[in-house]
Write a protein that binds this ligand. Structure first.
Ligand SMILES: Cc1ncc(COP(=O)(O)O)c(C=O)c1O
Length: 432
């Protein structure tokens, strides 16, 4: 009898958490690493949020509370979602979770049976793909096209829809590409979904980067397209917008109150409730009038960094990088660089088992970390299925300009160090 259940072998992970020990290992040798791997803003949560949490803890607001989320926070969320998306949801449509992440797995568990097909963006947040096989559903990656600013066309989506399609996951602004969809693109996607999918099909729209959008644009949700509100789950949270990843407050707005109650029951089964003092902090974040300007300031900082670093990345031979419209990541294509340092040949010489767990871009990522002391993420960290011939890195711009400049300098140096790269791969350590 095996120790683990069979399904345990089918769940994936989020490599952003796996790379930490590698960084610790490198730094324990006395070399500081430039960390451009981080998926969290390098800001502190606003003081009015922190003050509110302290106030709530001091008044002993630290007991069980409503498993769906405290009413005052759900009210603030409904108000914000209605104002920004032109909807008319009630607080009862809202469910609060410990972060934006839990509703990804809950959505798959609540709506999908084994054999159902789930369409999800690739590259995309790894938890989408990680959960699909775990629940016995069928992963159908929607490959985002570099040439289209990492958005997708309605035709691309239409080609993937079948009678078994049950859930469609979208994420704009996107992690890891920073891609943002236009109103026309969202409208066309909505048309396809309404004409090709059965009414029971749901769209999970991950909008956690909704407040980090560049070039004077504002956030658009597919839920705002005609006919989409009653089939879209809007997911968002406080982690990115308020630089508050450790607060663990996220939420989703469901198409019906009954569906929101199904999520509430998952909360009851898994963790009962989200700490009430943090929920009060989240309410304060959404209601305080200083929050809008605060988020706009943070976004301006990310935008300035994007502009400064994009040019420097594109100046590296063999690297081409699109201009992201939001979030805080750059997603350069390093196919030319991989060619230049012989990563394809080195990859080809590996054993089939090693090859299955790595890629040319992963080899470069690990080489850059261990030998040039700069941490970034590889393409494989954002969906593996169908990504064999795609050679990208994700660079987080959640670091000051000096650090970013030094990180890009180190990536450039790593890209010129073909000899060091070949020796690193030949040594056979840390290849995945
Ligand atoms: C697209 C996307 N969705 C969800 C999450 C999860 O956010 P949280 O930390 O609030 O769980 C992340 C975090 O990186 C993300 O990038």
């Amino acid at each position: 009898m095996p120790v683990y259940a069979e399904r345990q072998g089918r769940i994936g992970t989020e490599n952003a958490f796996k790379i930490g020990p590698h960084i610790v290992a490198v730094e324990s040798r006395g070399t500081p690493v430039v960390k451009l791997n981080l998926g969290e803003p390098d800001f502190s949560a606003p003081p009015w949020v922190k003050d509110e949490i302290c106030r709530q803890v001091a008044r002993d607001n630290s007991h069980y509370c409503d498993p769906k989320g405290i009413p005052s926070l759900r009210q603030a969320i409904a108000r914000q979602v209605n104002a920004t998306r032109g909807l008319s949801v009630t607080p009862d449509h809202v469910c609060v979770f410990p972060g934006g992440k839990p509703s990804i797995g809950f959505t798959q568990q609540i709506y999908c049976d084994p054999g159902d097909e789930i369409i999800y963006p690739s590259p995309g947040f790894p938890i989408y793909e990680s959960f699909i096989r775990y629940i016995g559903a069928v992963p159908v990656p929607l490959h985002l096209d570099e040439d289209q600013g990492f958005s997708c066309t309605a035709d691309q989506l239409a080609a993937l829809i079948t009678p078994r399609t049950k859930l469609i996951i979208l994420n704009f602004p996107s992690n890891p590409t920073g891609g943002v969809a236009t109103r026309d693109q969202l409208g066309a996607l909505a048309d396809v979904i309404q004409t090709r999918c059965r009414p029971e099909v749901r769209v999970y729209s991950d909008e956690i980067y909704e407040n980090i959008i560049f070039d004077g644009r504002t956030h658009l949700s597919i839920a705002s397209m005609p006919g989409m509100a009653d089939k879209t789950i809007i997911s968002s949270g406080l982690s990115k917008s308020f630089a508050w990843t450790g607060g663990r407050v996220g939420y989703a707005v469901m198409p019906s109150v009954a569906e929101a109650d199904a999520f509430k029951n998952m909360n009851i089964n898994y963790f009962s409730c989200v700490p009430p003092y943090n929920q009060e902090g989240a309410r304060e974040a959404l209601e305080n009038e200083q929050s809008g300007p605060w988020m706009a300031d943070m976004t301006r900082t990310f935008e300035a960094r994007r502009d400064a670093i994009l040019a420097r990345l594109n100046a590296i031979e063999g690297v081409t990088c699109q201009r992201p419209g939001g979030a805080f990541y750059l997603f350069p294509n390093i196919g030319g660089l991989c060619e230049r340092i012989g990563a394809f040949e080195a990859f080809g010489r590996l054993s089939p088992e090693t090859r299955a767990a790595t890629s040319p871009a992963t080899l470069f990522q690990m080489f850059a970390l261990y030998h040039h002391h700069v941490a970034v993420m590889d393409r494989r960290s954002f969906g593996v299925i169908g990504a064999e011939d795609l050679h990208f890195l994700r660079i987080s711009i959640a670091a000051d300009l000096e650090t970013l400049g030094e990180g890009v300098r180190r990536l450039d140096a790593a890209g010129r160090d073909a000899e060091g790269f070949q020796q690193f791969v030949a040594r056979g350590e840390h290849l995945s």
